[in-house]
Design a protein around this ligand. Structure first.
Ligand SMILES: Nc1nc2c(ncn2[C@@H]2O[C@H](COP(=O)(O)OP(=O)(O)OP(=O)(O)O)[C@@H](O)[C@H]2O)c(=O)[nH]1
Ligand SMILES: [Mg+2]
Length: 343
């Protein structure tokens, strides 16, 4: 099950109450105050884990609590701390506070740990109120409540390259040929129902991550087909690879397909529509003698100023050059955004 948005309730632990107590011991008349403080309530932490790719856990565990601190006791015994609660989330999880609408944290890196709810402090025991003029204090403090939060978790996969295009154009075929990802591939639209990630390894230290998402059709932003709800998973990419089916059997005009997909990207988020893009004509093996279709897509790429590749993904033809161009562009874009951040 792939869950990319979920609501959760968190209750951090309550602090234990401080204790009121006086020392009573044979041979020690008028023993002083010895009530200890309450233990602190447990915090709740999230840690990002690259081994996870769904928020499924929270669908089944929407309420999570850390342990309360124990109350203080006599003989200056402090109450035991409530245990913290440690939970893992997939890398790419954005945590929003529902009450304030604020983003609490955005988990970008593997191993990143963040406290999402703070436990209450333990209350002071009466021993801590004793002074030279106030030797038998009877006051103590109650433990503070732990934070209670209602959070919205949204997973936005973090990939370098996003594959976009109509259904059935060969997006999943491409990712299966260039990475170890093994999505379902079939000759009908909407085969891919959830995003797939694949790592493309060029040897050495060169590698990048590709996301394959469900296909788009006209009106996707109105919910047609599978809609645009999966586009959030390519929001953080550096490069879009726009795949067009150039086989004569689609019954569509490839140039029109391009415009339709661009309009849907624009409706989703204009920033995404302006991202670096490579145009790929797939299923070139089915063209036969037809030179017109390919020429029209090549002209489209030239008009839009986009790098262009004609490939036959299923046979692996033309993929070497394409992968190299993808890696080069990703590295270029990363360097550019890195220098922007430093500026
Ligand atoms: N002849 C030929 N067929 C291809 C090529 N690439 C993909 N196909 C076929 O096209 C069909 C659809 O491929 P998929 O990879 O499932 O397409 P998709 O874009 O992921 O489709 P959705 O997940 O439905 O959006 C499959 O039958 C593939 O075998 C190609 O280069 N040449
Ligand atoms: Mg697919």
């Amino acid at each position: 099950m792939f869950i990319d948005q979920v609501k959760v309730f968190l209750h951090a632990g309550k602090g234990g109450n401080g204790c009121v107590s006086f020392r009573r011991e044979a041979g020690v008349p008028r023993g002083g105050p010895d009530g200890g403080r309450g233990g602190n309530g447990g915090h709740i932490y999230f840690t990002a884990d690259e081994g996870l790719n769904s928020l499924t856990f929270f669908r089944f565990h929407p309420i999570n609590k850390a342990r309360n601190g124990a109350h203080g006791e006599g003989s200056n015994r402090q109450g035991k701390q409530g245990a913290d609660l440690e939970l893992t989330v997939p890398v790419g999880t954005v945590v929003k506070d529902i009450a304030t609408g604020e983003i609490v944290h955005d988990f970008i890196h593997h191993g990143e740990r963040f406290r999402v709810a703070k436990g209450g402090k333990g209350g002071r025991g009466n021993a801590s109120y004793a002074t030279s003029t106030h030797q038998a204090p009877r006051e103590s403090q109650k433990g503070a409540p732990g934070e209670e939060k209602e959070l919205f978790l949204e997973l936005k996969l973090i990939a370098d390259v996003g594959l976009v295009g109509f259904p059935n154009v060969g997006k999943s075929t491409l990712i299966s040929k260039i990475s170890a990802a093994r999505p379902i591939i079939a000759d009908y639209p909407f085969t891919t129902l959830i995003p797939n990630l694949g790592v493309v390894d060029l040897g050495g230290t060169r590698s990048f991550i590709v996301a394959d998402i469900p296909g788009l059709i006209a009106g996707a932003h109105l919910g047609h087909g599978l809609g645009i709800r999966f586009l959030k998973h390519i929001e953080r990419t550096k490069l879009l690879v726009h795949i067009i089916d150039v086989s004569p059997y689609t019954g569509r005009d490839p140039v029109e397909d391009f415009d339709v997909v661009m309009r849907e990207l624009e409706a989703f988020n204009p920033v995404v529509a302006r991202r670096a893009q490579i145009l790929v004509a797939n299923k070139a093996d089915l063209l036969g003698g037809d030179k017109m279709i390919l020429a029209s897509v090549r002209k489209l790429a030239a008009d839009k100023g986009l790098p262009f590749f004609a490939v036959a993904a299923v046979k692996g033809e033309g993929l070497g050059k394409l992968v190299k161009a993808m890696a080069d562009t990703v590295e270029l874009q990363k360097a550019a955004s890195g220098s922007e951040e430093r500026a």
